[in-house]
Design a binder for this molecule. Structure first.
Ligand code: PAF
Length: 273
């Protein structure tokens, strides 16, 4: 696997490629990222991954400074997975001047759920993903369903800007007990790690209650209360339409989404039900 740090070197290496398949990451890679790379290998003629911790998507009080930067280990995992090319720019390369032009996603999709609790998050994500897409010019790009709203925002961006990129979703990878894999799981103490599975269990319980005919509002309230009683600080536990993340109309396919803080670690998860 070749590692490049500049846009010029990336473009030079990709000059002959007709169908790069791209996995964008912020590093600190786990098996969920590696599953994306394996899938990418089936879909393109060159598999490209990026590692870049994107300042624009962190709020001032969030973990930008402490976000684990593990480039050497990440590169080894990517090479093992058969990735062909790693693009690992530094901030000066990707943002040589303050990034004054930004991609502002539709507030109807981006200002709710994660966007409500992390204002500006999806502008930061959309801006860096747009820029990475301009650098790599992939034919296909892969994203995990764990970041469900992010996936929807990126799909919509690609569609609205008529970008010739196929967005492929990958199912969430889970630990044996059901906890969704996330780079931020590394922040959990051993006790918190044991407790963390309760987020996916709460979502599974919500799905069961809905199947049993319970009202949406009651299901949401009970999930919030259950997590709060266990010592979590839930931001939302909610039932939404898979089409637009709004409260679902009758018969619409739904996704259950949850975000909650355990100690100082904020976890998200979702379940299509
Ligand atoms: O999901 C992530 O890791 C990030 O939000 C992404 C898509 C790499 C943009 O920085």
């Amino acid at each position: 696997m070749q590692v490049v740090h500049t846009i010029a070197a990336l473009r030079e290496r990709l000059a002959g490629s007709r169908a790069p398949a791209f996995v964008a990451t912020m590093g600190n890679l786990h098996d969920g990222h590696i599953a994306l790379v394996h899938k990418a290998k089936l879909l393109g003629d060159v598999t490209v991954a990026s590692v870049f911790v994107n300042r624009l998507q962190f709020l001032p009080h969030e973990d930008f400074d402490s976000y684990p930067r593990t480039l050497e280990a990440d590169a080894a995992k990517l090479a093992d997975a058969g990735c062909d090319l790693l693009f690992a720019p530094n901030e000066r390369e990707l943002y040589p001047q303050p990034q004054a032009f930004k991609v502002v996603p539709d507030p109807a999709l981006a200002d709710l759920l994660e966007g409500e609790f992390r204002p500006g998050f999806f502008t930061g994500v959309s801006t860096v993903v747009m820029k990475l897409f301009q650098c790599v010019q992939p034919r296909v790009a892969l994203f995990g369903k764990k970041d469900y709203q992010q996936l929807m925002v990126i799909r919509r961006m690609v569609q609205q800007f008529a970008m010739p990129i196929e967005i492929v979703a990958h199912e969430t990878l889970r630990a044996e007990d059901g906890l969704a894999l996330s780079s931020r799981n590394a922040y959990l103490s051993p006790e918190q790690r044991q407790e963390a599975v309760q987020l996916s269990r709460a979502l599974a319980r919500m799905a069961q209650q809905l199947r049993g005919g319970a009202a949406v509002a009651a299901v949401e309230a009970e999930a919030m209360a259950t997590l709060a009683q266990r010592g979590w600080q839930p931001d939302y536990m909610t039932v939404r339409s898979r089409n637009d993340l709004q409260p679902p109309g009758a018969g619409e396919p739904v996704v259950l989404l949850g975000a909650a803080r355990l100690g100082s670690t904020r976890l998200i998860d979702n379940l299509e039900a």
